[in-house]
Every structure is written in structure tokens, then in C-alpha cells.
Ligand binder design. Structure first.
Ligand SMILES: Nc1ncnc2c1ncn2[C@@H]1O[C@H](COP(=O)(O)OP(=O)(O)O)[C@@H](O)[C@H]1O
Ligand SMILES: [Mg+2]
Length: 227
């Protein structure tokens, strides 16, 4: 089976006013294409640092990160930006929608960065809005939507460049239980389509819905198990 991700002895140090913080201390795991992983661990255990490296938002201090069989560990900022905008979908706890834009305009945003806004991709925005159940609200602005609806917009936006790899940082952290489960249903459908998903969560019942759980402690993997 092809690997979506391989991280090997990943390390990340931050130097803060002369003190070195070892945020990741040798993290290794393989992710087959189509896997669905939750990452848990106490505050400060390195979850966000790991997600930032996996999302090509930051480079590791040492170790290897291979994404879709390409070593991205030492790529330049421009190369990483290209990978981010074309290969990876991001979903955040706080949705990160642009308040002045409508639903359909928010879904289009990544197309500006990848310079792909055309009739075909605009049609795809409408399809994605339909898929997440937002067709009646295409011209609403984020403040006119519930949290669950805003997260649906963010999910549609994350899919616009058709990434095979989706990273989600506490995607249900601001949602009530029923709405969380609707969002998890959507993620499960994306995973069934073959997309690889890695999600940070604090909630054990959210993690239980993924295929595999990784637990970090002090920058190291202490649990890696199939659910
Ligand atoms: N930009 C930064 N500069 C300095 N230290 C950082 C930075 N980001 C994270 N850290 C430190 O790295 C460790 C891991 O942080 P983080 O990855 O945010 O953990 P988590 O997301 O699990 O709470 C913590 O000790 C944190 O204080
Ligand atoms: Mg964090």
C-alpha cells in the first residue's frame, strides 16, 4: 500500500530567549493512504507543532518528512507553499473564514492562491457547497451562520483543490455534541472517498470515531493503536 506520510525521527526545537524547548523529540510513524488518525495528548505535548510540520507550515529541526513519496523536510518556503495550496486541506477549530466574504466566496479563497479560479473551479465550489448542505446559504456571510454551518464552509473550502490529505485541528472543539457528530459524519465520508485525514482532538469520543489513535506526551509518541 502506498504511504500518504512517513515521518522518521522528527524533531523540532524552539529557542526562546536563550532556552531551547524540545517540542518534538523523535516522532516516527507511517500513514498508509486512506488512514484516518486522531492525535491526542496533554497541552504542550507537541500536537500543534506536529500538525504544523505535517501541514508544511513549518520545517522540522531534524528528521525526515515524506509526503506522497516526496521528501519535503528541507524544501524552500516557496516549494512548501505550493504543496500546502495544492495537496493539503486544512480545517481549524475556529473555522478561519473571512467575515467580509460570502459562503461561496470563502470556498473560492484557495483558488486565488493556487491561481485556478475559472468557470470549472467555480462550478466545483457550487458542488462542494451542495455536498456540505449549504446551497440555500451561498450568499450568506459567516456571522449569519451557526458554528456547524461555518465549519461546513471551511470543509468545502479545504476540498476545493481536491487534496488527498486533510489536516484538522480540533474541528469540533467549538461545537455541541450533535453538531460535532454531523461534522464527523462529513469527515468520515471524505475518508471513505479515500482521503487521508489526521485530526487533533481533546475528546476521546471524537478520537473513537477515527481508525487509529496516536497519543503524544512530551514530544514523543506514547500510544499508536488501531481503534
Ligand atoms: N513558537 C514557539 N516558540 C517557543 N516554544 C514553542 C512555540 N510553539 C510551541 N512551543 C512549545 O513547544 C511545546 C509544544 O507545544 P505545542 O506543539 O503547541 O503543544 P500542544 O499543541 O500539544 O499543546 C510547548 O512546550 C510549547 O510551549
Ligand atoms: Mg496546540
Amino acid at each position: 500500500m502506498r504511504l500518504a506520510v512517513r515521518v522518521a525521527d522528527l524533531r523540532k526545537d524552539y529557542v526562546l530567549s536563550g532556552e531551547t524547548v524540545h517540542a518534538l523529540r523523535g516522532v516516527s510513524f507511517d500513514v498508509p493512504e486512506g488512514d484516518y488518525i486522531s492525535i491526542m495528548g496533554p497541552s504542550g505535548s507537541g500536537k500543534s507543532t506536529l500538525l504544523n510540520v505535517l501541514g508544511c507550515l513549518d520545517r522540522p529541526s531534524a528528521g525526515r518528512y515524506v509526503l506522497s513519496e516526496v521528501d519535503v523536510s528541507q524544501m524552500s518556503d516557496d516549494e512548501l507553499a505550493e504543496i500546502r495550496s495544492t495537496r493539503i486541506g486544512f480545517i481549524f477549530q475556529s473555522y478561519n473564514l473571512l467575515p467580509a466574504l460570502t459562503v461561496v466566496e470563502n470556498i473560492e479563497v484557495p483558488l486565488y492562491y493556487s491561481r485556478r479560479l475559472n468557470a470549472e473551479t467555480k462550478a466545483r465550489c457550487l458542488q462542494l457547497a451542495e455536498m456540505v448542505g449549504l446551497t440555500p446559504r451561498l450568499n450568506h456571510r459567516p456571522t449569519q451562520l451557526s458554528g456547524g454551518q461555518q465549519q461546513r464552509v471551511a470543509i468545502a473550502r479545504s476540498l476545493i483543490n481536491d487534496p488527498q490529505f486533510i489536516l484538522a485541528d480540533e474541528p469540533t472543539g467549538n461545537l455541541d455534541t450533535a453538531t460535532s457528530h454531523e461534522i464527523l459524519d462529513l469527515l468520515e465520508n471524505l475518508n471513505r472517498q479515500g482521503r487521508t485525514i489526521i485530526m487533533v482532538t481533546h475528546e476521546p469520543d471524537v478520537a473513537a470515531r477515527t481508525k487509529r489513535s496516536i497519543i503524544l506526551k512530551d514530544g514523543q509518541v506514547v500510544v499508536d493503536k488501531r481503534n
